[in-house]
Write a protein that binds this ligand. Structure first.
Ligand code: MCN
Length: 758
C-alpha cells in the first residue's frame, strides 16, 4: 500500500507502487502482450566462433510445415548496426557489425538468418533445417593473443585487432620518488547480465509503413532511432514501447541486430512477428560485461603516500566493437579512484576477439577501475605492513579538494570519502574483527577470517533527459519522462517529487514513460542517470507549473503573486486559509484549462557517487571454500529521493558485485565454444548465498543538479566486488598469498594456498 500525502514526500520511505503487479504475476512482458495472429521468429545462429560463410541453404527450411519465410542477410540487405558514438569518434566502416552475417561470422551465436512461422515450435523446426556452410577460421579467444602483432585480424579490412587505444600521461618515470613499488596483474573476468527476462521484441505493422514495436529494452528512443534508420523510415513511423522489462542491467541499453531484423521482417511480411530469446540463446546473444586484463604498478613513500600509478589495460570487446567503447572509456576515466595520485601513466587498449560482444553491464567500466586500484592498494598495504584502512586514510581526497580533476581527466563534483570509510569501519566493528582475525591466526584455525575494504567512487548521470508536468482542470497530474524504468521504481520516486512540489498526494500523480508514442523525446535509463536527470527535468517543469499556478491564483484571489502561497492541495493568500482555492479551480480559470511545462534538463558533467564497503569472509584453508559472513555497505548518492528505493538498488548491485567476486564467469573453450551458456554452468548467486546486507549512508549533495542527487543504481556493484576479493586474500595473507583472480571459487582459492606454500 502506498502511504498518504504527508509521508510520501520526497526523502521518505515510500513503498514502490510498481511492486504489486510484479509480485503477483500480473505484469506483462513482451511474451505476454496479446497479439492475435502474431507470427513467431527464431534466429539461425553461428555454431562456430570464426568462419567464412560459403552458402546458406534455406530450401528445406522454407518447405518445413508452418514456415512462412526464411530471411538471410542478402535478402534483407540492411545497413550495419551503428557503433555507440563517442565524442570525437566516427564509426569505422571496416569494423561494421552486420544485422545478419553474410560473409563471415565472428562469434558463436551471431545471427545468420531469421525463420518466421505460425508457431514457435514450427519456427524452431524450420531453423534446424537451414544449412549454413562455412570454412572455419582459427578462433582468437584470448585477449592478449588478439592484441599480439602477429595475430590475424578478425576484421581483415581494418588490419588489426586493436580497435581502441589511448595514452594518458607521458612521464620519463611516472613512479619517480617511490620508496616502494607494488605490481599486479589482474584479470577482471567476463560476466553475463542474466536478466530475468531474456531479450524480446514484438513488431506489429499497422499500414502506411507504421510499425508498433514492443521491446524489452532500457532505451525506447534509441531503439526507435536504430530501427527507423535501418529501415529508412522517419522516426514518426516507428513507435517503441517497453512494457515490463525483467531487468536490463545495462545490457538492454542499445539497439540489437535482432530488433532491426524482426522489424524488417514484419514490415516485409505485413504481419506481426514476435521473437523471445531462450535462456541459452540469451547467454550468447546479449552483450556480456567486464573482460579486462590489468597490469598496474603503484609507487608510494614508506609512509604510504602515493606518488604515481602506471597501468596498462586491455579490454575485450568481443566480436564487434558496437557498444564496447562505453565501458572501456569509463574504466579509463575512473582509474585513480578516490585517491590523490599525482602522476598517472595509463595505456588502455581494446581488442576484438571471437566471442559475444561486450557492452555496458551494471557499473560499465567503473567496477573494473575500482577493482584494479583497490587490489593494488591492498597489495601496497601488505607490502608496507600497514592496515588497509590506514593506507586509504592517508591517500583519500578530502572534502576541500572538490571540485577535483583527476590525472585521468575526470571532474569529480563533491565527496567526503573519509567520512564514508569511518562510518563503514564503525558499523563493521573493524577493530573487533581484526582482533578475532589475530586470534584465529594465532591458533592456526583451519577457518581463517578475512576482512576486505573498498573505498570507491564512480560516475553517474551526464547528458540530457526530458520531463514534463501537466495539471488538468479535473485535478489530475500527469508527468511524462524520457527515462525508461525497468525495476528502478521511477513511478514511485517521480510521483513523490511532483506530489511534494505541488502539495498533492503522490498517489494521484500518473507517470507516463517507456513509450515513444506518448513521450515527445528522451534518452532512457542507464548509467544511473534517471534519478538525477529525469528527476531534475521533472522538478524544472514542476517549478514552471508552480509559477503559472501562482499567477492564475493571484488573478483569481485578486492578490499580489508574492502573497499567494501553496497549501495542501491548492493555493491561498498567505495567512488567510479561508481564501484557499483548489488546483481544479485554479486550472479551470486559465483558457487552456490546463497548466503544463516541460524541460530538457542537461547536465554537462557527471556526478560521482562514492562509498566504503567492508566484506567479512571465512575461508576454509583445507578446502578453499569461502563463506561470506557480512557485507557492510556505506553509500553516498547525494540527496535521496526515496531511501527505500535506494536501499533496494544497493542490494541489487551488491548481489551482482558479489556474484562477480565469488561465482560468475563466462568461459569459452579454445575453439570459442561457450561453455557456460546456461544457468547450470553459469553461477548466479541466489539469496541463499548472500548474507543480510548491513547498509549505512552519508549524504554529500552534488552541486550539478537542482536535486543535489547522484546515481545509486550501480554503486553496489562497483564497491563490493573488490571488498570481497580483498577479504578472501586478506584471510590468506599468513600463507603468503598476494593475489587471486576472480571468481574466487573454492578450487582457485585452494590452488592459491597450495602454490603459495610451495
Ligand atoms: N534515487 C533516489 N535518490 C538518489 C538517486 C536515485 O531516490 N539520490 C532513486 C531514483 O529515483 C530511482 C532509483 O533510485 O528510482 C535508481 O536511480 P538511478 O541511480 O538514477 O538509476 P537509474 O534509474 O538511471 O537506473 C539505472 C541503473 C543501472 S545503470 C542499472 S545497470 C541497473 C539499476 O539501475 N539495472 C537495474 N538498477 C536496476 N534495478 C533493477 N530492478 N533492474 C535493473 O535492470
Amino acid at each position: 500500500m502506498i502511504m498518504d500525502t504527508t509521508t510520501s514526500t520526497t526523502g521518505n520511505r515510500v513503498r514502490r507502487r510498481e511492486d504489486p503487479p510484479l509480485l503477483t504475476g500480473a505484469a506483462k512482458y513482451v511474451a505476454d502482450i496479446d497479439c492475435p495472429g502474431a507470427l513467431h521468429a527464431v534466429f539461425v545462429r553461428s555454431d562456430r566462433a570464426h568462419g567464412t560463410i560459403t552458402a546458406v541453404d534455406v530450401a528445406d527450411a522454407i518447405a518445413s510445415p508452418g514456415v512462412l519465410a526464411v530471411l538471410t542477410g542478402k535478402d534483407l540487405d540492411l545497413p550495419p548496426i551503428p557503433e555507440t558514438p563517442r565524442p570525437g569518434h566516427l564509426s569505422r566502416p571496416a569494423l561494421a557489425r552486420p544485422c545478419l552475417a553474410i560473409d563471415r561470422v565472428r562469434y558463436v551465436g551471431e545471427p545468420i538468418a531469421l525463420v518466421v512461422a505460425t508457431t514457435a515450435a514450427a519456427a524452431r523446426d524450420g531453423a534446424d533445417q537451414v544449412v549454413v556452410e562455412m570454412d572455419t577460421l582459427p578462433a582468437i579467444i584470448d585477449l592478449e593473443a588478439a592484441g599480439a602483432p602477429e595475430s590475424q585480424p578478425i576484421f581483415p579490412d581494418f588490419g588489426s585487432n586493436v580497435v581502441l587505444e589511448s595514452h594518458t600521461g607521458e612521464y620519463d618515470d611516472v613512479l619517480a620518488g617511490a620508496e616502494v613499488v607494488v605490481r599486479g596483474r589482474f584479470v577482471n573476468q567476463r560476466v553475463a547480465a542474466v536478466p530475468m527476462e531474456p531479450g524480446g521484441i514484438l513488431v506489429i505493422p499497422e499500414g502506411d509503413g507504421y510499425l508498433d514495436c514492443f521491446v524489452s529494452c532500457q532505451t525506447p528512443f534509441v531503439v526507435r532511432g536504430g530501427i527507423a534508420r535501418a529501415l529508412n523510415k522517419p522516426e514518426s513511423r516507428v513507435r517503441v514501447r517497453a512494457p515490463e522489462v525483467g531487468g536490463g542491467f545495462g545490457a538492454k541499453g542499445g539497439v540489437y541486430p535482432e530488433h532491426v531484423v524482426v522489424a524488417a521482417a514484419a514490415a516485409r511480411l505485413g504481419r506481426p512477428i514476435r521473437h523471445v530469446e531462450t535462456r541459452s540463446e540469451n547467454m550468447v546473444a546479449m552483450s556480456h560485461g567486464r573482460g579486462q586484463l590489468q597490469e598496474v604498478a603503484l609507487g608510494a613513500r614508506r609512509d604510504g603516500t602515493l606518488v604515481g600509478m602506471e597501468a596498462r589495460t586491455v579490454t575485450d570487446v568481443g566480436g564487434y566493437l558496437w557498444r564496447g567503447a562505453l565501458p572501456w572509456n569509463r574504466a579509463r576515466l575512473m582509474v585513480t579512484g578516490v585517491y590523490r595520485i599525482p602522476r598517472l601513466s595509463l595505456h588502455s587498449l581494446a581488442v576484438v576477439t571471437n566471442t559475444t560482444p561486450i557492452g555496458p553491464y551494471r557499473g560499465a567500466g567503473r567496477p573494473e577501475a575500482a577493482a584494479m586500484i583497490e587490489r593494488a592498494m591492498d597489495m601496497l598495504a601488505q607490502e608496507l605492513g600497514m592496515d588497509p584502512a590506514e593506507i586509504r586514510r592517508r591517500n583519500l581526497l578530502e572534502p576541500q579538494d572538490f571540485p577535483y580533476t583527476t590525472a585521468s581527466g575526470a571532474s569529480y563534483d563533491s565527496g567526503a570519502y573519509a567520512a564514508a570509510l569511518e562510518e563503514a569501519l564503525s558499523l563493521s566493528g573493524y577493530e573487533e574483527l581484526r582482533r578475532e582475525q589475530a586470534a584465529r591466526r594465532a591458533v592456526g584455525d583451519v577457518c581463517q577470517l578475512g576482512i576486505g575494504l573498498s573505498t570507491f567512487t564512480e560516475i553517474s548521470g551526464e547528458g540530457f533527459e526530458y520531463g514534463s508536468v501537466r495539471v488538468s482542470d479535473d485535478g489530475s497530474v500527469v508527468v511524462t519522462t524520457g527515462a525508461s524504468p525497468h525495476g528502478q521504481g521511477h513511478e514511485t520516486a517521480f510521483s513523490q517529487l511532483v506530489g511534494t512540489m505541488l502539495s498533492v498526494p503522490a498517489t494521484i500523480v500518473r507517470i507516463v514513460h517507456s513509450d515513444t508514442g506518448a513521450v515527445p523525446r528522451g534518452v532512457g535509463t542507464f548509467g544511473s542517470r534517471s534519478g538525477q536527470l529525469a528527476g531534475s527535468a521533472i522538478v524544472e517543469a514542476g517549478e514552471e507549473v508552480l509559477r503559472q499556478a501562482r499567477e492564475a491564483a493571484a488573478d483569481l484571489l485578486e492578490a499580489d503573486p508574492q502573497d499567494v502561497v501553496l497549501v495542501e492541495g491548492g493555493w491561498a493568500v498567505n495567512g488567510v486559509p479561508a481564501t484557499r482555492l483548489s488546483w481544479e479551480e485554479i486550472v479551470a480559470s486559465v483558457p487552456e484549462r490546463q497548466l503544463s511545462a516541460e524541460s530538457d534538463f542537461t547536465q554537462a558533467e557527471g556526478t560521482y557517487p562514492f562509498g566504503a564497503h567492508v566484506a567479512v569472509v571465512e575461508v576454509d584453508t583445507e578446502t578453499g571454500g569461502v563463506r561470506l559472513r557480512r557485507i557492510i555497505a556505506v553509500d553516498d548518492c547525494g540527496r535521496v529521493i526515496n531511501p527505500m528505493i535506494v536501499e533496494g538498488q544497493v542490494h541489487g548491485g551488491l548481489a551482482q558485485g558479489i556474484g562477480q567476486a565469488l561465482f560468475e564467469e563466462v568461459r569459452y573453450d579454445d575453439l570459442g565454444n561457450p561453455i557456460t551458456a546456461n544457468l547450470a554452468d553459469y553461477g548466479v548467486p541466489s539469496a541463499a548465498e548472500l548474507p543480510s546486507f548491513e547498509l549505512g549512508e552519508t549524504v554529500t549533495p552534488s552541486p550539478r543538479n537542482p536535486l543535489g542527487a547522484k546515481g545509486v543504481g550501480e554503486s553496489g556493484a562497483v564497491g563490493v566486488t573488490p571488498a570481497v576479493q580483498n577479504a578472501v586474500i586478506d584471510a590468506l595473507a599468513p600463507f603468503g598469498v598476494r593475489h587471486i583472480d576472480m571468481p574466487l571459487t573454492a578450487e582457485r582459492v585452494w590452488r592459491a594456498i597450495r602454490s603459495a606454500g610451495e
